[in-house]
Design a protein around this ligand. Structure first.
Ligand SMILES: Cc1ncc(COP(=O)(O)O)c(C=O)c1O
Length: 415
């Protein structure tokens, strides 16, 4: 299906986000913490409200009109997500709580059959959500975690991946599709090709990438892919696990309960087919409806416009920030290699102090390790400050940051 695209007008886009024009402390927030979560468009908020007002019921369970409507809404949302990812069928889409739960379903599911000596290959770019589930399996099963070498900017060394794959013990290769700190995008197709050639399936953590670039799971040829709706203009409380039908069907369920079974008797149960087998309990129906609305809303805009706008913002941020004395930007310096996030340090100011003082000026960034302690240790950094963009950010907002940091430097020197 071909849709006419809306022209990319940032002011018109901003007007669709109620929170962006809130003036709680007398001015609208300069919200540059989008890698943590994005703000929400009116279309998404209205869809959730309308579901509760007109269609609310527990899906799949009732035989009345409202249950039918709720079921249609929920399954319609699954189709919208399948379309967004270009999945082969909606059954390959599992609704979860968030990216973290999606990754845990794969880890617990695959890991159930693993034994000592089996290995998972991952990178130091990973968020804790894609590290800790494997560390749990290391503790429980004695599996090995193998880390792909990389340079300080986050470029992965694919020959190191090849050597980690050679003994045939790697049961999975997993990698972030976009680093939430360095803003770098690993070469996913090439990684997947090499992993598959060695017989290892691939899990992609797309928590950051989905909001900044189109995602085509068939072109990527990944076996599994995980993300959360809330970083993609959707609600909290819902995430996605995509899995190719065949490997997904082989995973045991994570949660036992209602709706995830075909049959239960006193001695045993038979799990439902995909995707229901991973959706035990009452699912996040209103959230699914809201997420589908967010996807439809985003679909009005062309990816090439979103990518061009965000690249311009990050190029401007890099140029402006580098005028601040003592400021170091992490990750690739070639801005065409970066998307989403830009993290930095400023000599003599702790990232928490800096980010707090920026917050007092209405500029919302984030400080800390951004749930990537292995990466920060590898870079020998205690913490960083992160600026992250979304399609509604403006050049004016970006231009506010560097002068505010210079002002803070002066303020702290004056103490
Ligand atoms: C790269 C990456 N992976 C996974 C996650 C986890 O997402 P969630 O907390 O929504 O499960 C995040 C969140 O910041 C992330 O940036």
């Amino acid at each position: 299906m071909i849709h006419a695209r809306m022209s990319f007008d940032v002011s018109a886009i901003r007007r669709q986000f109620p929170l962006l024009s809130e003036t709680a402390d007398g001015r609208p927030p300069v919200y540059l913490d989008n890698a943590a979560t994005t703000q929400k468009p009116r279309a998404m908020l209205d869809a959730m409200q309308s579901f509760y007002e007109h269609d609310n019921a527990n899906p799949h369970r009732g035989m009345h009109i409202l249950a039918e409507r709720a079921t249609d809404a929920y399954e319609g949302a699954r189709e919208a997500v399948a379309g967004f990812l270009n999945a082969a069928t909606p059954e390959e889409i599992v609704f979860t709580k968030n990216a973290t739960e999606s990754i845990n379903i794969v880890a617990r599911g695959l890991g159930a059959a693993w034994k000592k000596g089996d290995a998972v290959i991952l990178t130091r770019l990973e968020h804790h959500s894609n590290v800790v589930p494997w560390l749990i399996l290391k503790e429980e099963k004695g599996i090995e975690l193998r880390w792909v070498d990389m340079d300080k900017d986050g470029h992965l060394d694919l020959s190191s991946l090849d050597s980690l794959l050679t003994d045939g013990n790697a049961k999975l290769v997993t990698v972030t599709a976009l680093s939430n700190v360095l803003g770098i995008r690993p070469p996913l197709e090439e990684i997947t090709r090499r992993a598959h050639a060695a017989g290892a399936p691939v899990l992609l953590d797309a928590a950051q990438s989905v909001a900044h670039h189109p995602t085509d799971v068939q072109a990527l040829d990944c076996d599994f892919l995980a993300f959360s709706a809330h970083k993609l203009y959707g609600p909290t409380g819902i995430g996605i696990l995509y899995g190719k039908a065949s490997p997904l069907s082989r995973l045991p369920p994570l949660l036992g309960g209602g709706m995830m079974i075909k049959e239960v008797c006193e001695e045993r149960y038979v799990p439902a087919d995909i995707p229901a087998r991973f959706e035990g309990g009452t699912p996040p129906v209103a959230e699914a409806v809201g997420f589908a609305a967010a996807i439809r809303w985003l679909g009005q805009y062309a990816w090439k416009d979103i990518e061009a706008h965000e690249r311009k913002l990050l190029a401007l941020a890099q140029k402006e920030l580098l005028t601040v004395p003592g400021l170091t930007i992490l990750g690739p310096q070639d801005v065409t290699e970066r998307s989403g996030s830009l993290s930095f340090t400023v000599d003599g100011i702790h990232p928490h102090d800096l980010t707090h003082l920026l917050g007092e000026r209405g500029i919302c960034l984030r400080a800390g390790q951004h749930c990537t302690e292995p990466l920060h240790r590898h870079l020998k950094l205690m913490a960083t400050t992160r600026l992250s963009v979304a399609l509604y950010n403006t050049e004016e907002e970006i231009r506010a940051v560097a002068p505010a940091i210079r002002e803070i430097q002066k303020q702290l020197r004056g103490k």
